[in-house]
Design a protein around this ligand. Structure first.
Ligand code: SF4
Length: 126
């Protein structure tokens, strides 16, 4: 199989020989980090999850969120399910933690921007 290493902009094409789920060889890597990347992608793939959640009484209807660290690919569906069921009250502050250990992934779900209360925003404008 082939993978493109995304660890640096060079984007080496890695050719990986597998047998019964085990890695026999990795070729095409321009540096040792390519080996680590391929091993992680095949044996334990992880991704950062980003999305938005609903905000009630805020100046914006939605707040962008992300996981505090990459989560196992097989957990992403469960993480998204929890994100989609979440509604929070404004105000929201950047780095607020909405869910600890979201979907038992080991990562927290955090706000990546602040959302002011609608009423405090309209008072400021007066
Ligand atoms: S293998 Fe090394 S040189 Fe090639 S893309 Fe990955 S990090 Fe960059």
């Amino acid at each position: 199989m082939e993978l493109t290493c995304i660890t640096c902009p060079k984007g080496c094409t890695l050719t990986i020989e597998l047998k019964e789920g085990k890695i026999l060889s990795i070729q095409g890597n321009g540096c040792p980090r390519g080996i680590q990347y391929a091993e992680n992608e095949i044996l334990h793939p992880v991704r950062m999850v980003t999305s938005t959640i609903q905000v009630i009484h805020g100046i914006h209807d939605r707040c962008p969120v992300m996981t505090s660290k990459p989560v196992a690919k097989e957990k992403i569906f469960e993480v998204m399910k929890e994100i989609h069921s979440l509604k929070v009250e404004a105000p929201v502050f950047v780095r607020d933690v909405f869910i600890h250990d979201v979907a038992q992934s080991g990562a927290d779900l955090i706000a990546t921007r602040s959302v002011q209360l609608e009423s405090s925003f309209s008072n400021e404008k007066k």
